[in-house]
Design a protein around this ligand. Structure first.
Ligand code: ATP
Length: 322
């Protein structure tokens, strides 16, 4: 007899749901607490802190798009959570390991596509994949063959002579081949053409649906993210400023603009994500434009006599939070 929840039993409509106990929540795939990463300054100058007091966690099966401006520290963060970049402070747990101690079993559960494909240039694709296969307990040869074929990878040419986009595709095949539990992709579509991007995103969704893989990927292509990332995380000022399901975030957030004096009432109960003065003609009352989120209760609707309330886009959120 199991003491756990019985998935076959559905509560009657309206019945109170039992409280969620911490033990019944899925253990995070990755947890970062108070992480700091700084780089030495140029010519012995002051160090440059890129991540400062960063807290973050990725739950099993989550698909998270990581957004941040150029130089915000996305690559640094992804490398740190994989143990490839040393953190000067904080704690990082990956599966059951606390970094920097990462055992071989945990390593085989990770798939990583770095920003610049890091392959064996002198081997051809088939030679490289055959070599790597011996390191993993699982290997989906059928998927590898299907992707090599679908993505038209020339398996007879040394990898170093493939185009940037072909190398990136191969890097993705390499990361998917051993069916990882955690897939980390650093701008995986940067060199792919629109058809390649679309196909890659389809593959990613299938991977998650089939295997419940935890996926985190950084990108600057917001439309791609809107297609697949159920969660978005915004990196700004060295921290994850916000992470939430994208649809929920768009539903709860509005751009509210109007005279500063009239906005306060409208913004009651909201969390201001950004707040800027609006350029107005001389002699007009000062105006503000605020991006605000109502986590509890519905946001105000429509346009009043003095104020405008409008939906936001992912680009608006990017500008406000990074
Ligand atoms: N090895 C290094 N030594 C010194 N500074 C570094 C090093 N690697 C990165 N940096 C600096 O750290 C900051 C964050 O870099 P990082 O590559 O993590 O940003 P990013 O968000 O991935 O940027 P992008 O979107 O342009 O790829 C940048 O200012 C970069 O110059």
């Amino acid at each position: 007899m199991s003491l756990g929840p019985d998935p076959g039993r559905t509560p009657a409509p309206g019945a109170a749901l039992p409280p969620l106990h911490a033990a019944s929540l899925p253990a995070a795939t990755v947890t970062l607490e108070g992480v700091r990463v700084a780089y030495p300054g140029p010519r012995g100058g002051a160090p440059r802190t890129v991540l400062e007091g960063l807290d973050w966690s990725l739950l099993p099966g989550q698909v998270v798009g990581l957004l941040g401006r150029n130089g915000a520290g996305k690559t640094t963060l992804l490398e740190a959570l994989l143990g490839l970049r040393e953190a000067q402070a904080g704690r990082i747990r990956l599966f059951d390991c606390t970094l920097p101690a990462l055992d071989d079993a945990a390593r085989t559960r990770i798939g990583y596509v770095p920003q610049r494909a890091d392959l064996f240039d002198w081997l051809d694709a088939r030679q490289m994949l055959d070599y790597l296969r011996s390191f993993y307990p699982r290997w989906n040869a059928a998927k590898v063959d299907a992707l090599l074929d679908r993505w038209s990878i020339d398996t007879a040419t040394p990898i170093g002579r493939l185009s940037g986009g072909e190398q990136q595709r191969l890097s993705i095949i390499r990361a998917l081949a051993h069916e990882p539990d955690l897939l980390v992709l650093d701008e995986p579509v940067a060199s792919l053409d629109p058809a390649g991007r679309r196909d890659f995103l389809r593959e990613l969704v299938e991977q998650v649906l089939d295997r419940g893989t935890t996926v985190v990927f950084s990108t600057h292509i917001l439309s791609d993210l809107e297609r697949v990332a159920f969660n978005v995380a915004f990196l700004g000022a060295g921290r994850i400023a916000l992470q939430a399901p994208l649809d929920e975030l768009l539903e709860q957030t509005r751009r509210v603009s109007g005279p500063a004096t009239a906005l306060d009432g409208l913004l009651r109960g909201a969390h201001r994500l950004s707040d800027e003065a609006l350029q107005v003609a001389p002699g007009m009352p000062p105006q503000r434009v605020v991006i605000a989120r109502w986590e509890t209760g519905a946001p105000p609707a429509g346009t009043g006599p003095a104020c405008r309330v409008e939906p936001v886009t992912l680009e608006d959120l990017f500008m406000a939070l990074t």
